[in-house]
Design a protein around this ligand. Sequence first.
Ligand SMILES: *Cc1c(COP(=O)(O)O)cnc(C)c1O
Length: 384
Amino acid sequence: MQSLDAFAGGKLAALEAKSLRRWLKPTRRHDGAVVERDGRRLISFSCNDYLGLSQHPEVRAAAAEAALNYGAGAAASRLVTGDHPLLGDLEKRLARLKGTEAACVFGSGYLANTGVIPTLVGPGDVIFIDALAHACIWAGAQLSGAKIVKFAHNDVAVLARLLEAERPLARHALVATDGVFSMDGDIAPLDQLSDLCARNDAWLMSDDAHGVGVLAEGRGSAALFPDAEIPLQMGTLSKALGSYGGYLCGSRVVVDLLKTRARTLVYATGLPPASAAAALTSLDIIESQPDLTALPIGKARLFTRRLDLPDAQSPIVPVVLGGAEAALSASAALEAQGFLVVAIRPPTVPEGTARLRVAFNAAHEDADVIRLADAIAALREVFT
Ligand SMILES: *Cc1c(COP(=O)(O)O)cnc(C)c1O
């Protein structure tokens, strides 16, 4: 189809002209936050495997054993024949970690958000979303047909005014936010959001993709706010847990509804047993080694102190450079020095805030963190 290829080619050329084209780069990952590209080994500050568990011998062995014993795939939707008993074991463990009655495992975090939100809200309802929330929360909201109201990032006063204006017009209301913001590394004020939701009969949903395993001895961002009521706690198995998959922790009745109605559970194949087995072993490690869970944020704080930045609140630290081209050039300069720090550009982050997103790992050596900080300090002079 000539018009199709012309469309695709034209769109790519326009993105290229704005430094917004993206490329896949085949990458092998090794122990200790080391990755290999084009035969070169680099120290990665871009993996979300904060505890190195994807490479942990026991986690790998659990995945391999499950694949050998139970097969490579789940073969059907969980509601047909794809509900391997390991998924139920995993749900119990996740609920225990988060202190909820129940949990529901999905094929990925993206599938969790795009399945959960439309199950709970629809036309006639309203969903308030933090401006910097993850793309899959927006995708779930769009699928739901509910009215979407964006609130300024972490701005409780703005949200209070929006709730006052919009809440009475809707049947149900959901407030959705990242617990730890994926591109900024800061934390949502879940206690204040919880108060606002209680006062306005709104349901609070937090996405803890980057909190589980690394905050509050691995329990995640909600555990930093013990008095907050967060009835919908979503997360992923794909980051600090080193596996693949997503989940929602909540009350038994909400989880039962999701298992009956969430389209990304009903109409998608279940999570492979190997992914569940790996995540279960990671949870064992996290629960038995609280010191390990504290390491990534410790490395992040070493970095922020070296650069005179505010103390890191999570293992993610943004170094905002502004233009997409500056971020790409800085990333390339770091790669030449042996560091992999991927440039993050719009539309992943707002226009004019392209950045280096630095993600810290339990396996990083302090000396490498300091070398990276000094290299970035020199680059900041050049690019900002
Ligand atoms: C990565 C991420 C997701 C998606 O999780 P996957 O398991 O990778 O699909 C959802 N929310 C946030 C905040 C994320 O960073």
